[in-house]
Design a protein around this ligand. Structure first.
Ligand SMILES: [Zn+2]
Length: 68
């Protein structure tokens, strides 16, 4: 049990980390359902589920001010 988890052949495993808090995504792929992706300066950013919830209000606020 030393990070020797089996990875299915052909699966591209790039290390994804939360742009906000630096948490790394689990290998089981569930993060894809709960994490929020964005595009910042041409680079894909990922926000973990916890940060997404914490930042939801500010994100919406930003969208609002931009939108209006
Ligand atoms: Zn985070």
């Amino acid at each position: 049990m030393d990070g020797n988890s089996a990875t299915p052949a052909g699966t591209v495993t790039a290390t994804v980390a939360c742009t906000n808090c630096g948490a790394t995504a689990p290998d089981d792929g569930t993060w894809r359902l709960t994490w929020t992706t964005g595009l910042e300066r041409g680079e894909t950013t990922w926000i973990c589920d916890r940060c997404s919830r914490a930042n939801l209000r500010s994100i919406e606020a930003k969208l609002d001010s931009t939108w209006w």
